[in-house]
Design a protein around this ligand. Structure first.
Ligand SMILES: Nc1ncnc2c1ncn2[C@@H]1O[C@H](COP(=O)(O)OP(=O)(O)OP(=O)(O)O)[C@@H](O)[C@H]1O
Ligand SMILES: [Mg+2]
Length: 336
């Protein structure tokens, strides 16, 4: 557990989406985020990992108040954002920014790099020297000279993502939600963008919520990691602990399914044309998070619970479903 004060916290946060049938009646509900409690501490990078559809983006969007919560609270330095009016919430918009997965669709194709970055600055403070500030932000991400007058279509994917990052950090936010910021980029460009994010964090004292389904990316960049499955946090702890000593069966299976980079070794391991996938059917019975080692929380107290402490701490992910905890995890190979 960190001694740092929390910058942003989810307190029993849920976001449910109704699925409507032909007559407009709700036929079922998707629990995209289901009773999650966790904190992001100032200056840290909290990674959220999980398979597609596990609720990572929704959790980030609700924390940013880009979506309203179904229930629970979002606390920004102790202030409950869900209780504020739209107008009062505007004050927090500058301090929380997003870097999106697809830099192309997040940029306006008819605006130059400079105009893209000036836009949020103008909204924030119309009277400031926003051109200078935008040029500085672009220079910080390596876009300089005549490049600043180019349109998004003239840039590579990596450069477009740099512009997206410049846009996010130009207004000097405290918190940046990075939603799969490198997953659309080539491996070599991914590394450059990750370095850039790390440098900017040091320089500007940023706090990141870093969402990714790529565990190898997360391992390099994050301080702590939360593992999500079906809207719930199943494990949360220091990244090295979660990776070196995973306690939850789902985390273990997820780690075991990290793709093997060398195609020859992968073929030898899995056979030709096969891809590993994690199948887990215990998400509904995750149980309350239990601290199994300092700062390392696991749903249902999986694994060694030596001096474990029942209950939900303010800084932990929490799943309050009191099921029987009988998970089944298997790793299957499925034809691609
Ligand atoms: N606006 C929406 N309306 C209805 N359902 C939604 C909406 N947004 C998300 N969902 C559903 O909520 C669940 C979680 O979605 P979310 O996008 O948060 O997952 P994710 O972990 O970010 O997935 P991915 O890795 O594919 O980006 C999914 O089942 C998704 O279909
Ligand atoms: Mg997503």
């Amino acid at each position: 557990m960190s001694t740092q004060p929390a910058l942003l916290s989810a307190d029993h946060l849920s976001k449910h989406f109704p699925v409507r049938g032909a007559l407009g009646r709700t036929v079922r509900t998707i629990k995209a985020v289901d009773d999650v409690s966790l904190s992001v501490y100032r200056g840290e990078t909290l990674a959220v990992v999980g398979e597609s559809g596990s609720g990572k983006t929704t959790l980030g969007r609700v924390l940013m108040q880009m979506e309203s919560a179904t229930s629970g609270r979002v606390l920004y330095e102790g202030v409950d954002l869900t209780a504020l009016s739209e107008r009062e919430r505007l004050r927090y918009h500058r301090t929380m920014q997003v870097v999106y997965q697809d830099p192309f669709s997040s940029l306006n194709p008819y605006r130059t790099a400079l105009e893209q970055v000036m836009e949020p600055l103008r909204v924030n403070d119309p009277d400031a020297d926003n051109e200078r500030r935008a040029l500085d932000a672009l220079a910080a991400v390596g876009i300089t000279g005549s490049e600043v007058y180019k349109y998004p279509c003239s840039f590579s994917g990596g450069q477009r993502q740099r512009i997206g990052i410049a846009r996010a950090v130009s207004v000097r936010p405290a918190f940046v939600f990075c939603d799969e910021p490198v997953s659309s980029l080539d491996l070599s460009v991914q590394a450059q963008v990750l370095h850039l994010l790390a440098d900017l964090q040091d320089e500007l004292g940023l706090t990141y919520l870093f969402v990714s389904h790529d565990l190898s990316v997360v391992r390099g960049i994050s301080t702590r990691t939360a593992v999500m499955h079906q809207g719930r946090v199943l494990e949360l702890g220091p990244t090295c602990d979660v990776f070196e000593d995973p306690r939850h069966p789902y985390t273990k299976a997820l780690l075991a399914a990290i793709p093997i980079a060398d195609p020859r070794l992968a073929r030898e391991h899995h056979g030709p044309g096969w891809q590993e996938r994690v199948v887990y059917d215990g998400g509904d019975r995750g149980g309350t998070l239990v601290e199994v080692a300092p700062g390392h929380w696991v749903a249902g107290g999986q694994g060694d619970s030596g001096n474990s402490k029942e209950g939900i701490a303010k800084d932990s992910g929490a799943n309050k479903d009191d099921g029987d905890g009988g998970e089944r995890v298997e790793q299957r190979s499925i034809p691609t």
